[in-house]
Design a protein around this ligand. Structure first.
Ligand SMILES: [Zn+2]
Length: 431
């Protein structure tokens, strides 16, 4: 007993040392892409990835364990974002199906009544130790994913997925700029002051030779514009550059500020608040939206970060889009280089004698160039077709590839799309 006062501190410090070693070890754990990891009590789930994309669902949880108190502060929002957990899982599945790769997914499985994973810890957990633990694990998993992305790619994008209940059925993309700031002219948004407020601050700095900050938010190559082109109206975007003064709009929350380049670093961030109709209202909508955002992010990462998602997970540069879905007709289609200076190339699987039609449209849909190439029998498995871009001003364009088989007649049905999935890609032309 006499030794107790000495032993106790020793034991306590040994325990602390053990905790710190354990923490260090777990921080160094190599997570395996596509494998699932859980935090304490499985409240937080992390599905490790190998793409430069980190996607979280903070408000899509449905667990309400009695062990955790119900959040009851006056300002607390406790309504969950319906089907957003399912949405990020569907997004993971779309990337796997289309590219054979995995984004990093972090899911708060607790209902918002128990934990708000998009608030600072005080409002998030209201002082409950277990809720605080879950909150910390949610952010630790995001931090590990960011480190992994930075190690592998040196830059990347974080998406915090939510669901809004506003009447206007469109996606609200939050870059930490308020609605009144988005209503400013481009020249103002392009100043250091507003770039400094932005969750794509790093991207605005690295890409300013080609795209201004305002163009990243609502130009031809903005994420909102790409999503709108695929049938998902978005604000901000070229089609809808800012919310009007009387319109509801979420500009980005705690997670976007904490995990994006707003706080420095080379991971940019966007909060995507999804409307219900056609996005979250059925498994079919979730799939359709997930496929569309995967393709939009393919274009976005290629144009802005110069990272080819399709090539990311492949051992050799000769392999191309590893499609695994039965309803897609071709195994690969590639357009290179990106950006295109004077001559681009389309590479497609060789399918015998056929006409290949390459069309280039402006982002708003006007046809500006078309060429038809006749391909004959060949032993090669791929056909590479050059196309000139000399006549086109610098900018972002949509490129469409179609295949027409001479023996199929000249009917609409005879001219079948090479691959519905990949019939259109955005390309950047800069001479
Ligand atoms: Zn939310």
């Amino acid at each position: 007993m006499k030794n107790l006062p000495i032993l106790l501190p020793l034991t306590f410090f040994s325990f602390l040392a053990f905790v710190s070693i354990t923490a260090k070890l777990s921080a160094q754990t190599a997570y395996t892409p596509s494998q699932t990891y859980f935090g304490t009590n499985s409240y937080i789930e992390y599905i490790a990835g190998n793409l430069p994309l980190i996607i979280s669902a903070a408000h899509g949880g449905d667990l309400s364990p009695a062990a955790l108190p119900t959040r009851n502060c006056a300002a607390c929002v406790t309504v969950s974002d319906a089907n957003t957990q399912e949405l990020v899982r569907a997004m993971g599945e779309s990337f796997r199906k289309v590219f054979g790769c995995f984004p990093h997914l972090i899911i708060n499985r607790l209902h918002r009544r128990k934990l708000d994973a998009n608030r600072e810890i005080g409002e998030a957990a209201l002082g409950n130790a277990q809720a605080e633990k879950a909150w910390s694990e949610f952010h630790q998993f995001i931090d590990s994913a960011k480190q992994s992305v930075l190690r592998q790619f040196g830059r990347g994008l974080y998406l915090d997925m939510h669901g809004h209940g506003h009447d206007n059925q469109r996606l609200e993309l939050g870059y930490l700029l308020r609605d009144d700031e988005l209503r400013l002219p481009d020249d103002s948004l392009n100043t250091a002051r507003y770039i400094g407020f932005s969750s794509v601050r790093n991207l605005a700095q690295i890409s300013r030779q080609i795209f201004t900050h305002a163009q990243l938010l609502r130009g031809d190559a903005a994420l909102g514009t790409m999503l709108a082109l695929r049938g998902f109206p978005s604000v901000p975007s070229k089609q809808s550059p800012f919310p009007l003064a009387n319109e509801d709009y979420f500009d980005g929350g705690y997670n976007t500020a904490r995990h994006s380049s707003y706080r420095g670093g080379a991971i940019d961030g966007v909060q995507i608040e999804c409307n219900m109709d056609g996005v979250r209202d059925s498994p079919q909508s979730l799939r359709r939206f997930s496929d569309s955002i995967a393709l939009s992010l393919r274009d976005f990462m290629q144009l802005h970060y110069r990272i080819s998602l399709p090539n990311t997970c492949l051992a050799t540069s000769t392999a191309i889009y590893p499609l695994q879905s039965a309803n897609i007709e071709i195994a690969g289609l590639e357009i290179f280089p990106q950006p295109i200076a004077h001559e681009g190339f389309v590479r497609i699987p060789h399918q015998g004698t056929q006409d290949i039609i390459i069309q280039i449209f402006t982002v708003m849909g006007s046809l500006v160039q078309q060429s038809v190439h006749h391909s004959t029998q060949s032993a090669d498995s791929f056909t590479v077709i050059p196309f000139s871009t000399n006549a086109l001003p610098n900018g972002v364009y949509m490129l469409t590839v179609r295949s027409r088989f001479p023996d199929a007649g000249n009917t609409a049905l005879g001219s079948r799309l090479l691959a519905d999935y990949f019939r259109t890609a955005l390309v950047l032309i800069t001479h």
